[in-house]
Design a protein around this ligand. Structure first.
Ligand SMILES: NC(=O)c1ccc[n+]([C@@H]2O[C@H](COP(=O)([O-])OP(=O)(O)OC[C@H]3O[C@@H](n4cnc5c(N)ncnc54)[C@H](OP(=O)(O)O)[C@@H]3O)[C@@H](O)[C@H]2O)c1
Length: 336
């Protein structure tokens, strides 16, 4: 009988202490039901939003993962067995399944997608060509309502997987782009490799003072963080500016969610439009962002470092590094 290894959520984590809350288990693989597909994972994606599902919060965009259940997330892998007409053994696929060596999924529920294997690095199907790139493109175009050449865009968690994609997409659309990140090296990557107009190190600089120096103010703010950084951005928005709330990760370890913003008044004073970004809302409408992302990728206009950790047993360290910023680029785990 074949088995799989999987991460089980035993308790709600406190802060970033994932070792006390999750345990690596082994179990027998189930028989496939009609329509199901079993995927042998090659890579797992470490995504910030997953931290919310670990908590007991009922007010998130998906219900909490029950205690005792397997931790969920994105995988890239090969179909090992299929009872679906749409997928065959050997297909390279991405989907939502388990933090595990194998996931048995209903293709529709898992958003199972056959991947373009004609690429230099299939791992990019997680980052700039995957959920992160699609969220950035969807957020900056369909949710916020399009960017105009010459507009000024500010991005938080800018050196991260989603933020880095947002910076490059705004730059590719002819905008002036400023990023906020947590180290001199990350800021150097933003202005050097990505060619941004400026970068602010939120751990070493006064963010409010630095944003206030941006000539003409902020037309569009792509928000990944919330908290004090959102409060620093709000008074510097232009009249009629737009804010896309993609994430509020400074509050993801809290069981009660994110308070604020303190400068809520600026939404009225500046007549701002503030919209939440949730990629699945758009994919459900049949949007396909991949061709545009792939075009920029092939032209060298959309790049992303991959930060790979080997071995499913090291998943928790990788997840923590992703959330605390002790990493470079898109964090993934390679399954041996
Ligand atoms: N709505 C959607 O459909 C959707 C989809 C994908 C992602 N997202 C959102 O996108 C955001 C980024 O997620 P990701 O998976 O791409 O992760 P990521 O940006 O690759 O990693 C998270 C980064 O955030 C920064 N960070 C952590 N705590 C911070 C704080 N308190 N203040 C400022 N920066 C902080 C850290 O980098 P530093 O070194 O710069 O601190 C960390 O590396 C999250 O908010 C996530 O929820 C939303």
């Amino acid at each position: 009988m074949s088995t799989r290894r999987h991460w089980r959520l035993d308790a709600r984590p406190e802060g970033h202490d994932y070792e006390a809350a999750l345990s690596l288990q082994e179990e027998t693989l189930p028989e496939l039901a009609e329509g199901q597909v079993r995927v042998a994972a090659q890579y797992l994606s470490m995504d910030a939003g997953v931290r919310v599902w670990m908590s007991a919060r009922e007010d998130g965009y998906s219900p909490p993962i029950p205690l005792g259940a397997t931790m969920q997330g994105q995988f890239i892998g090969r179909v090992e067995a299929s009872r679906s007409d749409a997928f065959a053994e050997g297909d390279l696929v991405r989907g939502f399944g388990d933090w595990a060596t194998h996931s048995t999924v209903d293709p529709a529920l898992a958003g199972l997608t056959k991947l373009d294997a004609d690429i230099d690095d299939v791992r990019q199907h997680f980052g700039v060509l995957g959920l992160n790139g699609m969220t950035a493109l969807c957020g900056l175009t369909d949710v916020i309502g399009g960017l105009e050449e010459g507009q000024t865009v500010l991005v938080s968690a800018a050196a991260g997987a989603t933020g880095g994609a947002a910076c490059q997409i705004a730059r590719n659309m002819g905008c002036k782009v400023y990023g906020i990140a947590g180290s001199p090296e990350k800021c150097e990557w933003l202005t050097g490799t990505l060619g941004l107009d400026g970068a602010i190190d939120y751990k070493r600089q006064n963010v409010a003072e630095e944003i206030a120096k941006i000539d003409g103010g902020i037309d569009v703010y792509f928000e990944n963080v919330g908290g004090p950084i959102l409060d620093a951005a709000l008074p510097n928005m232009v009249l009629g500016g737009r804010i896309g709330i993609c994430g509020l990760l400074s509050g993801y370890t809290s069981e009660s969610g994110e308070a604020g913003p303190v400068r809520f008044d600026q939404i009225l004073m500046k007549r701002l439009t503030v919209k939440g970004i949730f990629l699945p809302d758009y994919l459900a409408q049949g949007y396909d962002y991949y061709p545009q992302l792939r075009k920029w990728y092939d032209e060298g206009k959309l790049v992303g470092d991959i930060d790979e950790t080997r071995g499913i047993e090291n998943t928790l360290q990788a997840f923590r590094r992703m959330l605390t910023g002790d990493k470079s680029g898109k964090v993934i785990v390679a399954i041996d």
